[in-house]
Each structure stands twice: as C-alpha cells, then as structure tokens.
Design a binder for this molecule. Sequence first.
Ligand code: ATP
Ligand code: MN
Ligand code: MN
Length: 297
Amino acid sequence: MAAEKEERDGVPLTNLDQELFPEAGVSKRELIDYLDAVRDRIIPVLRDRPLSVIRLLRGQDQFMQKNLPKYTPEWVPRTKVWAEASHREVLYALCNDRRTLLWFGNQRAIEYHPTLMTATDRDHPTHLIMDLDPPEGSGFGVVVAAALLVRRALNDVGLDGAVKTSGSKGVHIFVPLDGTAETVDVAAATRAVAVRAERLDPELATTAFIRDDRHGKVFLDATRSGGASVVAAYSPRVRPGLPVSFPVGWDRLPEITPADFTVRSAPAILADSDPWAEDMPSPQPLDPGLVAEGHTI
Ligand code: ATP
Ligand code: MN
Ligand code: MN
C-alpha cells in the first residue's frame, strides 16, 4: 500500500488515505493525484487570478476561503485586493505553480474559484461569462438547448464562446474578450445577450431573478460576469464522486452528461483531447451598441 505521507515537489502531503467526506467515495490522495495529473491544464486557467477555494476539513462543513491563513508557506504567490464591500484588504493566493496547487490539495481545497480579472489588471475582465442554471428536477437536455440558444444570441452580435460543464448541474459559457472593456460594461453586455437569448425562445430560457418567476425554464444568470468568480475549468466540485467542471466541444454537448467527468475519468479524457483548444475563439472586442443596450436593462 502507498505511504500515508509523502513529499512531492518539496510539499509535504499528509493523511493521504483519508476520505474527503462521507459521500465522496474519493480519498485525499485521489484528489491530489488528480490535481497533479491535470496541472498543465488547470494552472494556466488559474494563473495570476486572485483565488478563492472551497475547503472541506475533516468532520466540518465546507467553507469558501479567500484570505490566506497565517501559516501559508512564504513561497505561495499572493496579491492584496481591497474589498470595497467589507472595507478590508484580502490576501489572495495566485495558483501559479505546481507546488502551490499541491499545497492547496493537501489543505483539502476541493473547488478552485478564480476571478475573471487578473491581479495585474483588475478593471478589465478577460472573459464575458454566462452561467446557465437548470430548473429544479430537469434533465441536462434543456441546459444544452439553452446553451445553443445563448450561442445563437452571441453569434447575432458578432461574438462567440466556448462551453464547459459547471461540474454541478448547469454549464458556463466563456467568451474571451480583448481586455479593453471595463467591468460594468462587460456586465451590461452580458445582460443584453441574456435578454436577447430569452427573446429567441421565451419558453426555454428566462432572465428572471426571482425563482418563482422562472416557471421551469433555464435561468440565464448574467450576474456572474464582471467582478465575481466562476469555478475554474478542471476544478473538482464538492459532490459525491468529485465531478469536475469540464470543457466540452459544442458539437459534443448534446452527447454528454456532467457526471461523465470526475477526478477519476477526466485525466484519461484529457490525454487525447483539448476541446477548448479547438472551440475557444480569439479575444474579441465588445460592440459599444451592445454595451449601451445592456445599460438600459
Ligand atoms: P450549478 O451548475 O449548480 O449552477 P455553479 O458553479 O454554476 O453550479 P452557481 O450558484 O450558478 O453555481 O454560481 C456560479 C459561480 O458563482 C460559482 O461557480 C462560484 O464561483 C460563484 N459563486 C456562487 N455562489 C457563491 C458564493 N456564495 N460565494 C462566492 N462565490 C459564489
Ligand atoms: Mn450555475
Ligand atoms: Mn447561477
């Protein structure tokens, strides 16, 4: 049997045989081995972005950690961000290298949530994001249909993006931007795209914030675009079997279910595919007309 402790890239890894949580069916070793196996994919996604992680300590509830704890090794890259809402400075990690990723894994950090801005340019999001949330009790098919609808609305205004599963119930569409648009304008353009998609098929998709007003339709959540974080591609989720958020080619989307991608299955799939390498368009400018349209919503 493999040792309960080991050192990798100078990082001590401990209690490796512990299960992560009762329904996980996955050990801490499997989480760390997964992160290490996909490091060349996930580190570029996390690089230079203030990072929040969801940790799950043994026997405790999960919690989202933004501020780095005092005992963090000095070699973990970091950046200070002024949080206007709470009037304090937050010290965020930047997961830029293998040992930082391994250290987080050993800290039982399961989910990785980077911001949409990099630490060096906090005013210009690198992507416009559409978060698609299915109604209670629906299958994945309606999410696929709604994602294709959002893609049509994007194409109508000269934009395109790539899609990933959230690792939970829905999907996230990522539209790479050229970095000239400011946060409030990206948020406005996202609202405009959501409303346009809703108009294309009001029976399928809704922009209603109030849950009771959604009437069993897929919610197009435009509010994640701009300042907020979105779970990173390749990040595991705190759910049984540790599913991972996973990039999917547009043409493959109707054939998959989110449960296809877990810490166990994903490395082999990645060995011979890179869906975003093919699907992700070049960074795009935002049309001022679309931004103006969004500011009226
Ligand atoms: P699902 O497919 O179940 O919707 P999701 O990851 O898209 O999974 P959402 O609730 O739609 O979950 O949230 C979208 C993103 O917003 C999350 O991936 C996360 O990064 C961020 N987020 C959501 N809730 C919080 C929170 N309470 N604190 C910080 N970030 C959050
Ligand atoms: Mn969602
Ligand atoms: Mn949401």
